[in-house]
Design a protein around this ligand. Structure first.
Ligand code: GDP
Ligand code: IMO
Ligand code: MG
Length: 427
């Protein structure tokens, strides 16, 4: 198998960073394909603990080329900080490239993210305030500044003049804020150009070369399917596609080149930000899971909402992604829960439905229909194979496999690289 996509199956933070750090040992390249620094991917390996926002989780292997694809929006400040911090901790970042087609997140995007959230009032989306939505808006509005623009001063000046004029109208006339100064912004961008010149590259041809040579490529997703702009809980979604299909577009790899698609699912659910979450637990069990699982956002530090595994949402996610397998993470967080629940349908207006509704207001009205399963109430963190897991944990995994309609390739039982059980290799 040479090309695989690894994507979030739920609302993000499923443990993509951990799984990709583990799989990248056998990969020649890892390419991030969507989102921006709204992502926070945690990796704990023999080199330490790292929280990556833009740089792919394969960076810890000297043999692995890391690409930030055209589908990612890149805040140069965050990239430079992340690259330099990794370097300072002894991680080789000389093989980290940014697609020349990637759009940039600039200071006005961050300002507008905050102003738009404020304007939404009680209907705010709970964004990460990283300017991600406004940057993707500019991309489709054909107003974006791309990495390639940094390489030509005249083009950069010309584009930035036009774009900033428009942004300043928005800032001053719609929001009553002071305008941004062109010369200062241009100076900042010239600084980015100096810092990033060595990283910017045409990356889709690089990936094509790798694929032609039969090398192994991992497409690294950010966020999760239920935050997808088209299929997520709209409008409580992010502004790019975390799906496998988004991977092909955001990396510049034709869909027929893809061999497998691995969805990452927590053994329960979590969500940061606003929007419906039918299985949310607002009781003691929820608090117990949040505390035991340290469920606080990697990027924003906000407490994550937690809930039981949602089989309806998971089956939907598996289908729209076309998953060939899943990795179930954080099984160990359920080690102390005596009785587990899994949502297998939604009760809506007296009926039971099994499909994930298109609209957030309808999803909000859905009451989960639960199936109960016994907990295992013993530690799983040292297990090295399926047989070493308690019978109740194996039964739980088997039920999740039925619900997502594909096999589990991996089960993770701790945050550290080695804490994973391989049931069937994906690479
Ligand atoms: P990502 O955004 O999908 O990469 O996930 P995050 O890094 O934001 O959040 C996942 C958290 O779970 C991180 O703190 C990981 O270190 C941790 N983690 C991943 N897999 C496991 C697991 O199997 N068990 C436990 N206890 N923690 C895990
Ligand atoms: P990783 O890759 C969890 C959520 C935000 C908010 C919504 C829109 O670590 O799984 P945005 O800033 O994207 O406009 O916010 O999306 N969100 C995430 N939640 N994990 C993420 O990334 C997320 N990236 C965005 O909390 O609800
Ligand atoms: Mg995360």
């Amino acid at each position: 198998m040479s090309v695989i996509a690894v994507v979030g199956g739920q609302w993000g933070d499923e443990g993509k960073g951990k799984v990709i750090d583990m799989l990248a040992e056998q990969a020649d390249a890892v390419v991030r394909f969507s989102g921006g620094d709204n992502a926070g991917h945690t990796v704990i390996n023999p080199q330490g603990e790292f929280k990556l926002h833009l740089i792919p989780s394969g960076v810890f292997y000297p043999h692995c080329t890391c690409i930030i694809g055209n589908g990612v929006v890149v805040n140069p400040d965050i990239f430079i900080k992340e690259r330099d911090e990794l370097c300072a901790r002894g991680v080789d970042t000389s093989r980290v490239y940014i697609s020349d087609r990637a759009h940039l997140v600039l200071p006005y995007h961050i300002l507008l993210d905050g102003l738009e959230e404020r304007a939404r009032g009680v209907k705010s989306l709970g964004t990460t305030l990283r300017g991600i939505g406004p940057a993707f808006v500019d991309k489709v509005a054909r107003m974006g500044i791309r990495a390639v623009d940094l390489l030509d001063t005249a083009i950069l000046r010309d584009r930035l003049e036009y774009v900033l004029e428009y942004k300043n109208q928005l800032l001053t006339k719609l929001y009553g804020e002071p305008p941004l100064n062109f010369d200062e912004l241009f100076e900042i961008c010239m600084g980015y150009a100096n810092q990033l010149r060595g990283n910017i590259k045409e990356t889709s041809s690089l990936l094509d070369d790798y694929i032609r040579q039969g090398k192994r490529v991992i497409m690294e997703g950010a966020q999760g399917a239920l935050l997808d702009t088209d299929f997520g809980t709209y409008p409580y979604v992010t502004s790019s596609s975390p799906l496998v299909a988004g991977g092909c577009l955001g990396a510049g790899v034709g869909p027929a080149k893809l061999d497998r698609a691995l969805g990452i699912f927590k053994a329960y659910c979590s969500r940061v930000g606003s929007g419906p979450m039918p299985t949310e637990l607002c009781d003691d069990i929820g608090e117990q899971i949040r505390i035991r699982g340290h469920e606080y956002g990697t990027t924003t530090g906000r407490p994550r909402r937690v809930g039981w595994f949602d089989g309806v949402a998971a089956r939907f996610s598996s289908r729209i992604n076309g998953l060939t397998g899943v990795a179930i993470t954080r099984l160990d967080i359920l080690d102390t829960v005596e009785a587990l629940k899994i949502c297998v349908g939604y009760r809506l207006n007296g009926d039971i439905i099994y499909d994930f509704p298109a609209d957030a207001a309808t999803l909000h009205q859905c009451q989960p229909v639960y199936e109960e399963m016994p907990g295992w109430c013993q530690p799983t963190t040292e297990a090295t194979c399926l047989e070493e897991l308690p019978q109740a944990a194996r039964a739980y995994i088997a039920r999740l496999e039925e619900l997502v309609e594909c096999p589990a390739n991996y089960v993770c039982i701790g945050p550290v690289r080695r804490q994973a059980i391989e049931l069937a290799p994906i690479l």
